[in-house]
Write a protein that binds this ligand. Structure first.
Ligand SMILES: [Zn+2]
Length: 303
C-alpha cells in the first residue's frame, strides 16, 4: 500500500516575498490524513484556512494565488511543486504575509527544508487519479493537455523570440529522485523590460538576480549563468507540477504543455474535473510500490 505522508516534524522558513519585498515567516506543521495542503494567514485576525485546491485559485497573472473570502496567499506554486515532488500529502502551512517566500526562484530551498524535516507514512492510502480521456485547453498559441498514460509524465515546450531561449523542449518521467535532480533547481525567469515595468507598477519589489534568471535582449544578467542549459523549460515543468498538485491527488497521466502558464495550467485542472468520465479514482492500497514513482499498475492504466 502506498500511504499518505506528512512531515516528521515542523519547519520554519523566513524569506522575501517576491511582490511585496517584505520578509514572510512560514511554518509547516504535520497534519492528519486527508487534510491535504492547507494555508493559514496568521497576520490577519479573521482568517480561515485555505485549502490548496485548483478551485480556490483566484489569480494566475503573475503567480498562482489562492484565496478565500478576500484573504489571499500568493506564489504557492514552487512550494506546492516541492511537496508534490517529494510525495507529501498532508501539511498545514501558517504564514504571516500575503505570499510564500520566493527563496531562490526555484523549489530547491523548499526541497532541502522538507528533506531535512523528513517524512512519515500515515494510515490511509494515497489518493490516486488515473486520466481516462484526454482533456485539452487552449489560449491563443498555447495549449495544455492531459492524456491517458500508465505513468505520470510531463512534456513541455516553450518558444521565445530570444537568442538564448528560443525553442526548448523537456520531457520528464516523474520520479522523486528525478524531481530533485532534474527539476527542483530550475529557477523562474524574467525579461529585464518586464521587470522594469513591474517595478514601475509597484510589483516585484523583492525580485532580484538572487531569485530569478533575468535576461535582457542579448544576455543573461546573472553572473553565475544557468544551472541547466535548458533551465527555462525545466522551470515550466516545475511550475506545472505545482499547479497540477492543486488537484489534491496523485495524477497518473501525460501532461503536455506548449507555451503554457499558470492560467492555462489551472484551466486544464478545471477541465479535468468538469466531467467524471475524464478520470477514475483508485485506491493505492495495493501491494505495489510503483505508485511512489508516478506509475500505475498495468491493471489500473487508463483503458
Ligand atoms: Zn515558477
Amino acid at each position: 500500500m502506498i500511504r499518505q505522508q506528512t512531515l516528521a516534524k515542523s519547519i520554519s522558513v523566513s524569506g522575501l516575498g517576491l511582490h511585496t519585498g517584505r520578509v514572510v515567516r512560514l511554518r509547516m506543521t504535520p497534519a492528519p490524513v486527508d487534510t491535504g495542503i492547507v494555508f493559514l494567514r496568521t497576520d490577519l485576525a479573521r482568517s480561515l484556512p485555505i485549502q490548496a485546491r485548483y478551485d480556490n485559485v483566484v489569480d494566475t497573472r503573475l503567480c498562482t494565488c489562492l484565496g478565500r473570502d478576500g484573504v489571499t496567499v500568493g506564489t504557492v506554486e514552487h512550494l506546492m511543486s516541492a511537496l508534490y515532488g517529494l510525495g507529501i500529502d498532508n501539511v498545514t502551512i501558517d504564514l504571516d504575509g500575503p505570499e510564500v517566500p520566493i527563496l531562490d526562484g526555484s523549489a530547491q530551498g523548499w526541497v532541502e527544508h522538507l528533506l531535512e524535516a523528513g517524512q512519515v507514512a500515515q494510515r490511509r492510502p494515497r489518493k490516486v487519479l488515473v486520466v481516462r480521456r484526454a482533456v485539452e485547453v487552449r489560449m491563443g498559441d498555447s495549449f495544455a493537455r492531459l492524456e491517458p498514460s500508465s505513468r505520470f509524465r510531463v512534456s513541455a515546450s516553450i518558444d521565445f523570440d530570444h537568442p538564448l531561449i528560443s525553442r526548448q523542449s523537456f520531457s520528464f518521467d516523474f520520479g522523486r529522485a528525478g524531481f530533485v535532480e532534474q527539476i527542483c533547481k530550475a529557477r523562474t525567469f524574467a525579461f529585464k523590460r518586464e521587470v522594469d515595468y513591474l517595478r514601475s507598477q509597484g510589483l516585484a519589489k523583492g525580485g532580484s538576480l538572487d531569485n530569478a534568471i533575468v535576461v535582457d535582449d542579448f544576455s543573461i544578467l546573472n553572473p553565475e549563468g544557468l544551472r541547466y542549459q535548458d533551465e527555462f523549460v525545466r522551470h515550466k515543468v516545475l511550475d506545472a507540477i505545482g499547479d497540477l498538485a492543486l488537484s489534491g491527488e496523485q495524477v497518473i497521466g501525460h501532461l503536455r504543455l506548449d507555451r503554457s502558464g499558470h492560467a492555462l495550467n489551472n484551466l486544464l485542472v478545471h477541465e479535468l474535473f468538469s466531467d467524471p468520465r475524464n478520470f477514475r479514482r483508485i485506491a493505492a492500497d495495493q501491494p505495489d510500490t510503483q505508485f511512489d514513482e508516478g506509475f500505475a499498475l498495468p491493471a489500473f492504466a487508463a483503458s
